[in-house]
Design a protein around this ligand. Structure first.
Ligand code: COA
Length: 259
């Protein structure tokens, strides 16, 4: 599966994956998830790929899942096959090291995917935002497990429940990311780090990564989240949140009588 909205380039063992839908803030569509899943799965078997480097075009990393696709699913008009699950499973199982270069906003899965990356570099303007509850949804990508593990329950609850942006310095202080750098140096710095990792013995790296992450447990957590997520997608609350986004207004949950 391919789409021009996901660009890839393999140079010196580093496969750069660029989210390239800048007019829609790199919001991720089903087609984009499919391409991302294929790319990660390919990297697991291609010995020429030593490291994945994920970045975004335009003024932000990604606005997360395409909300109009959420609305379509809520209206029973979703795609026959949803590739997001394959993408999340591929992330959970990946043993190839993943570097992320994040500038601007990283919304929803844009933030939760970072919990599966191995080296996260943030530009000074980076903001991590997890507005799942604001959309009447639940966290995904095993973040309901990984985020509290990484930053503690109190901070994770606040991030998920309030959906307020977390700035780059705080994200590093809390252990979600490795380092902050100037915006104009982000891509070069990320590339440098990816090349340094690519020079290490790949068998050792992937064995180390597999030991550090319990892929089966992560997949199980993702599947529990997906069941709840699917239920929430078709809730009256979520329909109000999606309608509000389409109409560019604030959602009004006070009139929603059904949960
Ligand atoms: N899904 C679909 N379209 C999206 C999108 C998303 N997640 N995020 C942005 N877009 C679209 C907007 O609808 C707009 O399209 P239009 O030009 O056809 O009207 C375009 O991208 C530009 O977005 P805009 O809102 O004008 O940019 P901004 O810089 O003012 O705000 C965000 C950026 C990311 C803060 C804002 O767009 C937003 O909150 N998006 C939704 C994020 C979200 O809830 N994601 C799901 C997480 S689970």
């Amino acid at each position: 599966m391919t789409t021009p909205e996901i660009r890839t380039d393999l140079t010196d063992g580093v496969l750069t994956i660029t989210l390239a839908r800048p007019d829609k803030k790199n919001a991720l569509t089903n087609q984009m998830y499919g391409t991302l899943a294929d790319t990660i799965e390919r990297a697991e078997h291609d010995r020429n790929i030593r490291v994945l480097l994920v970045q975004g075009d335009g003024d932000m990393f990604t606005a997360g899942n395409d909300v109009s696709e959420f609305a379509a699913i809520a209206a029973g008009k979703g795609p026959a096959e949803r590739h997001v699950h394959r993408f999340l499973h591929a992330l959970a199982k990946a043993t190839v090291p993943i570097v992320a270069a994040v500038h601007g906003k990283a919304v929803g899965v844009g933030t939760t995917m970072l919990l599966h990356c191995d080296y996260v570099l943030l530009a000074q303007d980076a903001q991590l935002i997890t507005p799942f509850v604001n959309l009447a949804l639940v966290p995904e990508a095993a973040s309901s497990y990984l985020m509290p593990l990484c930053i503690g329950h109190a901070r994770a609850f606040e991030m998920f429940a309030m959906g307020e942006p977390l700035d780059a310095q705080t994200a590093v202080a809390w252990g979600i990311a490795n380092r902050v750098c100037n915006n104009d140096q982000l891509r070069a710095e990320a590339r440098r780090m990816a090349e340094r990792i690519a020079a290490k013995p790949p068998g050792s790296l992937s064995a180390m990564k597999a030991l550090m992450r319990k892929a089966e447990a992560l997949v199980a957590q993702m599947d529990s989240e997906s069941a709840k997520f699917q239920e929430r997608l078709t809730s009256a609350e979520a329909r109000e949140a999606f309608a509000a986004f389409a109409e560019k207004r604030k959602p009004d949950f006070s009139k929603v009588t059904q949960q």
